[in-house]
Design a protein around this ligand. Structure first.
Ligand code: DC
Length: 228
């Protein structure tokens, strides 16, 4: 069967990575979690004290960009694990502290240029599922299937809250909801490749869909594009 490129964009905590992982597994494709890459740069900035009280020292971070290397390795379950400068950072990049700072880092043009370049290299051979905010519009505008995901705010906050809880991070649903809204706002209004729906993207609102129903629907879309 023909291998295609699949771009998944949408708001924070819509289940993009869950869907992307399921699709990659089912289709034998490579999964690229671009949000993890922005999170890794944010962690680097925090570790080097380039972020103070939510303010990013853009000049210092941009100067240090050549020192940042990010790659993924597959674990025993075949899930990609994020590495920052050869060190496993999968857990560190998922904390609320990183979540609170990451959208600001994502507004920096030079950070985006570096990560988009890396992402395009990772997707160059096709047979890839990539999720993020600018995949269908900037990173892989030629992708055969583009999906724009959305879901009700309260449903998203509850899902994210549960995810954090399972990892032992106790937050209130209210603070998680605030973080989501705040990130959505920065992600959608930034000057540099903001989150927008590509003209040719299919909208997937999963407020009332189970993971299985959602996967079934998207596999149908994939089939329509690979069996032609
Ligand atoms: O998907 P995520 O929540 O892990 O993404 C973390 C942040 O990174 C998100 O707030 C916006 C930013 N991001 C981005 O600007 N562009 C991408 N392609 C992916 C993520």
């Amino acid at each position: 069967m023909k291998k295609i490129s699949i771009a998944i964009d949408g708001y924070s905590s819509c289940g993009k990575s869950t869907l992307a992982k399921q699709l990659a597994k089912q289709l034998g494709y490579v999964y690229v979690d671009t949000g993890a890459m922005y999170r890794a740069v944010t962690l680097f900035a925090m570790q080097n004290n380039f972020i103070n009280d939510g303010e990013v020292n853009t000049e210092h971070l941009v100067e240090s960009l050549p020192e940042i290397s990010i790659h993924f390795e597959l674990n025993e379950e075949n899930h990609p694990v994020t590495y920052l400068n050869q060190k496993k950072v999968e857990a560190e990049i998922r904390t609320m502290e990183v979540s609170n700072n990451v959208s600001k880092v994502g507004t920096i043009k030079e950070v985006r240029q570096k990560l988009v370049f890396l992402q395009q290299q990772m997707g160059a051979k096709g047979g890839v599922v990539m999720d993020g905010r600018d995949i269908g519009t900037v990173v892989m505008p030629e992708a055969e299937l583009k999906i724009f995901m959305t879901a009700d705010n309260n449903v998203r906050a509850k899902r994210r809250w549960l995810e954090l809880k399972e990892k032992g991070q106790e937050e209130t649903i209210e603070s998680v909801l605030e973080n989501l809204k705040h990130r959505d706002n920065i992600d959608s209004t930034r000057a540099e490749s903001p989150l927008t729906q590509a003209n040719d993207a299919l909208v997937l609102d999963n407020t009332n869909l189970s993971r299985d129903e959602q996967l079934k629907l998207v596999l149908k879309w994939v089939k329509e594009r690979t069996s032609a």
